[in-house]
Design a protein around this ligand. Structure first.
Ligand SMILES: [Zn+2]
Length: 402
């Protein structure tokens, strides 16, 4: 054996075939891992989507297994067959793209040893599923899918709620209270639109390198593979419209339109939710949707809308621009918005050229006449608010998260 072959044997991580455990209504699927500091990859899904064999859901382990080991400079061997379409696209496009885009996360390439297999679509799989975070992107995607004819192949048949590392921003523990609270809201919303909700927890946050936003598309797609026994399509609620597509190392949303087709397999295809809508157009789409009036939930920090953080204020202003904010008085504190409205408009106008989400909002405000020549007053309001916050911080007083 040559030195390089010996080195490969010594460094390769082995991911063993998945196993399935059922406990009450919860199904846990996991792969044991040898030769790595993490000893397994696991997902829990509730209710069971009809998993009858490990082959149906085995591709869920491919992305965390490969990206987690490559990030540590390790080769990886899969002890089970992997979708040949996914394997080909990972080797030919996805990994080279990630290495170029995230050199800090993936300093060098690695060898992937796996057998490729053409996946058979599950016999019971019908229609599509999408994530039900109850955010603007999510509800706009659902509104769009529900307009399809009942006979359409991509008609919405199921919803999903994932924990792939996005509900514990402070990394306080395994079961995040935020996840529990947001799951409860998603259940109410799913019941109202009369669709099943599949809740998935996982340890993929231990496998994917970097902050959640950098690879969120890949994290969530890995969980979505668990729905292959139930649906033929997974529709990913896009945060950025097609024309904003670009290589961003900070947020994978800007590459969804490139990544999603590459992540599709013979059994499950991935699509972008509302690729031709920006946030203002999405607000118009959900403006008359009663389920959105009751369940829109956008806050980055709380299980309900705090109405004070930047994300809450941005969504309230977006709804205000399209003339729909009053209809959302059950989910937002409109008095808090009224207090912040002028300076937040100033904030958007001041930083629009630096941040795409603020730019589309600023463009919409000007196009609709929402702000007029007096926008100087709004900008002055923002600088005044900024100074107030700085003073409070210097005095050791609390300020809203923004
Ligand atoms: Zn908030």
């Amino acid at each position: 054996m040559s030195g390089s072959q010996r080195s490969l044997v010594e460094t390769a991580v082995t991911i063993h075939p998945p196993s399935i455990e059922r406990n009450g209504g919860c199904t846990r699927v996991q792969c044991r891992v040898d030769g790595f500091h993490q000893d397994c990859i696991w997902f829990k899904i509730e209710p069971d989507p009809g998993i009858s064999s490990v082959e149906q859901i085995a591709d869920a382990f491919v992305l965390p297994g490969i990206l987690g080991t490559v990030a540590c400079g390790r080769d990886v061997t899969f002890g089970f067959a992997v979708s040949e379409m996914l394997l080909l696209n990972l080797r030919a496009a996805i990994l080279p793209l990630l290495l170029r885009l995230h050199p800090d996360l993936f300093p060098s390439t690695a060898t992937i040893k796996a057998e490729g297999v053409a996946r058979e679509p599950s016999a019971a799989a019908r229609g599509s599923a999408t994530g039900l975070s109850c955010g603007l992107d999510s509800l706009a995607t659902i509104a769009d899918l529900l307009k399809l004819p009942v006979s359409h192949s991509r008609r919405l048949a199921a919803t999903a709620f994932f924990d792939t590392g996005n509900h514990d921003p402070l990394h306080t523990g395994d079961t995040s209270p935020l996840f529990v609270e947001r799951t409860a809201k998603a259940r109410f919303c799913a019941a109202e639109i009369k669709l099943p909700l599949f809740v998935v927890q996982s340890n993929v946050d231990d496998w994917f390198p970097g902050a959640f936003a950098r690879l969120h598309t890949l994290r969530n797609v890995s969980a979505a593979f668990l729905l292959a026994p139930r649906v033929r399509h997974y529709v990913y609620a896009n945060a950025a419209p097609l024309w904003a597509t670009r290589c961003s190392s900070a947020d994978s949303a800007y590459l969804d339109s490139v990544l999603l087709p590459l992540l599709s397999t013979e059994a499950l295809t991935f699509h972008s939710g509302t690729p031709a809508l920006d946030s203002v157009s999405k607000a118009r789409l959900i403006a008359g949707l009663p389920v959105a009036h009751r369940h829109l939930n956008v806050c980055l920090y709380e299980g309900h809308n705090c109405s004070r953080c930047e994300k809450c204020l941005r969504r309230m202003l977006t709804l205000d621009v399209v003339g729909a904010l009053q209809a959302f008085s059950d989910v937002f504190d409109l008095e808090a918005y009224a207090d912040a409205r002028s300076w937040y408009i100033g904030y958007v106008l001041t930083y629009a050229s630096r941040q795409a989400p603020l730019q589309e909002l600023a463009d919409a405000m000007r196009a609709t006449g929402f702000v007029r020549s007096a926008d100087f007053a709004h900008r002055a309001g923002w600088w005044s608010e900024r100074a107030r916050r700085a003073l409070r911080r210097r005095c050791g007083l609390a300020v809203d998260r923004f």
